[in-house]
Design a protein around this ligand. Structure first.
Ligand SMILES: NC(=O)c1ccc[n+]([C@@H]2O[C@H](COP(=O)([O-])OP(=O)(O)OC[C@H]3O[C@@H](n4cnc5c(N)ncnc54)[C@H](OP(=O)(O)O)[C@@H]3O)[C@@H](O)[C@H]2O)c1
Length: 282
């Protein structure tokens, strides 16, 4: 499309719905990927208020959007507006990607698979036979718990402020899951922070870093800031510690494939995200 008039009447549209949405990296990631592959697609962000998620999906259907990313607060609310859910989305009761299959709109959840892609592809960490502690029990934690259990983890321990949500999240790992306490992070192969503690507006540490040990892998699902207080403390103790950018890129890459049928240009998406985050920090 280089040099061509763009967009045209034939340009295909994908979008993200959420609230808040104006700081979303999705338009930057996906538009960079479309340009890299010379695909005649565009991606926009729509601010959709709580309670209007299902109506937004109906609108996307009528307008013929070819892809929808769904973020807070709509991940569960869009479900009734869809024709079908993938087994993962059905188990989680949440959707972060909507794609077309024939005349149907299908809901998928790519967060867990994106987490695994990052774990294996970026960190060279095979979850098979490994033990995990997941701190938090919200949407991201639930996706990770189910994904690592399905990928062959030997135990998945959920640590969360609210016991009821911890129990529900641990159940997603079937017989491999249990609710634990902060002390459990000392005895696992990998620790995942799936709480927002450490984001710019939420000071504090989700676990005591003195409980971590060299040889463990710590994944903080937060990517903004790129180095949370927990990551810094863990690294200072010799723990391999990475942020959530890999998961973000890989879950988006899976959405990209579902929408376009093309392999996503991971390096382009990653570079676009890093540049945007650096720009925000200035
Ligand atoms: N890298 C990625 O691609 C990616 C994808 C999704 C999410 N994330 C990140 O993952 C984090 C969680 O997202 P989410 O969608 O799962 O959120 P969520 O559904 O709101 O869940 C948040 C979890 O954190 C716990 N929590 C919140 N504030 C806390 C506090 N002050 N002290 C202790 N626990 C607290 C909550 O505990 P209660 O259950 O007790 O309320 C809940 O379990 C966010 O930082 C988000 O940015 C990253």
């Amino acid at each position: 499309m280089a040099g061509a008039v763009w967009p045209t009447g034939a340009t295909r549209l994908a979008a993200v719905i959420g609230d808040p949405i104006r700081h979303s990296l999705s338009p930057i990631l996906y538009n960079a990927a479309f340009r890299e592959l010379d695909l005649d697609w565009a991606f926009l962000a729509f601010e959709v208020v709580t309670g209007e998620g299902a109506a937004a999906v109906d609108s996307a259907r009528v307008l013929g959007l070819d892809g929808l990313a769904v973020t807070m607060p709509h991940k569960a609310a869009v479900v009734p507006a869809l024709d079908r859910l993938s087994p993962t989305a059905a188990a989680l009761g949440a959707v972060n990607v909507v794609y077309r299959q024939g005349s149907e709109l299908v809901g998928e959840s790519t967060d867990g698979a994106g987490f695994l892609d990052a774990l294996r592809g970026d960190e060279g960490f095979d979850p098979t036979g490994r033990t995990f502690a997941v701190v938090g029990a919200g949407g991201a934690a639930r996706a990770v718990v189910r994904a690592v259990a399905e990928a062959g983890a030997s135990e998945v321990i959920v640590i969360n402020r609210s016991l009821e949500r911890a129990t529900a999240a641990a159940a997603l790992a079937g017989g491999l899951g249990r609710v634990g306490t902060e002390q459990d992070v000392s005895d696992v192969d990998a620790v995942v922070n799936a709480t927002p503690l450490g984001m710019n507006h939420l000071a504090g540490l989700p676990v005591d870093p003195d409980l971590l040990k060299p040889g463990q892998l710590l994944v903080d699902l937060i990517y903004h800031p790129p180095i949370t207080p927990l990551l810094a403390e863990a690294r200072a103790r010799g723990v391999t510690a990475v942020n959530g950018l890999g998961m973000l890129i890989h879950q988006a890459a899976r959405a990209f494939r579902l929408w376009t049928g093309s392999e996503a240009p991971l390096d382009t998406m990653s570079a676009a995200a890093i540049a945007a985050l650096a720009h925000e920090r200035r």
